[in-house]
Design a protein. Structure first.
Length: 208
C-alpha cells in the first residue's frame, strides 16, 4: 500500500475517530493476537444494550474508564489497535471471513487525540466496528499487559479487558494449537507469526 493510499484508506478514517497513527512503531515482542481466553483471564469489562439512551456517549465513557483503569494507555496515551492487513476495510475483511477467507490482522500503534470518538466515528469508520454504536475492535497496551476487545451481539455491546494475555495458559495453549492446525481455514502467514512469537518467548524475550 502506497503512502497516499494508506493515508486515504487508513490514516484519515482513524484521525476522524481521534486516533493518530504512529507508523512502524509496534514493539517487537508484541504477541500477534489474543484468542482462546477464559473467564479467569477477564479482569474487567462492561455491556450496554442497544436501546441504552445516548448509547455512543455511554459507550465512549465506559471504554475510556476501562482503558484508564486497566492500563491500556501509556504516558502519551498511546496503545495498539489491530487492523486488517492490506488495503481492505474492516467491513470488507468481515465479508471475506463470511466466505471462509479470513484476512490477517496486524497491530498498529496509535495515539489518542483530544477530540476522540471511538464508539461513534471510530465504529462508523469500518475499522473499529460495523457502524456507529456497534463497535468491533481489538486493542493492546504497548507493554502487552492488557488486551481490550469489543464485540456486538443481538441485543447489545460487550467490551472485555484481559490482563497479561501472554501469561494466560488458555491463550498460550490456543496459540500453540494454531501452529499445529492444518484445517481448510488455517492461514500460513498467521501460523508463522505465532510460531515466531512463541519461539521468541521461549528464548527469553520480553513478555515471558
Amino acid at each position: 500500500m502506497g503512502i497516499q493510499e494508506r493515508d486515504r484508506k487508513l490514516y484519515r478514517p482513524l484521525r476522524r475517530a481521534g486516533l493518530k497513527v504512529i507508523p512502524n512503531a509496534v514493539p517487537a515482542s508484541t504477541m500477534p493476537f489474543v484468542r482462546g481466553y477464559g473467564a479467569e483471564d477477564v479482569t474487567g469489562g462492561f455491556s450496554r444494550r442497544y436501546d441504552t439512551p445516548r448509547l455512543v456517549e455511554r459507550l465512549n465513557a465506559d471504554w475510556y474508564n476501562l482503558a484508564v483503569s486497566s492500563g491500556l494507555f501509556d504516558h502519551m496515551c498511546e496503545f495498539l489497535v489491530q487492523l486488517p492487513q492490506g488495503t481492505r476495510s474492516h467491513r470488507a475483511a468481515l465479508q471475506h471471513q463470511q466466505h471462509g477467507n479470513p484476512v490477517p490482522a496486524l497491530w498498529t500503534r496509535v495515539r489518542l487525540l483530544d477530540h476522540w470518538d471511538i464508539m461513534g466515528r471510530g465504529a462508523a469508520s469500518a475499522f473499529l466496528g460495523v457502524h456507529s454504536g456497534h463497535p468491533g475492535f481489538a486493542m493492546m497496551a504497548l507493554d502487552g499487559s492488557v488486551y481490550v476487545c469489543a464485540s456486538t451481539g443481538e441485543t447489545g455491546v460487550d467490551v472485555l479487558a484481559v490482563g497479561h494475555p501472554d501469561r494466560s495458559e488458555s491463550i498460550l495453549r490456543h496459540l500453540e494449537w494454531i501452529t499445529r492446525h492444518d484445517g481448510p481455514y488455517a492461514h500460513r502467514e498467521e501460523k508463522q507469526r505465532v510460531a515466531v512469537w512463541l519461539a521468541g518467548r521461549a528464548g527469553g524475550l520480553p513478555g515471558r
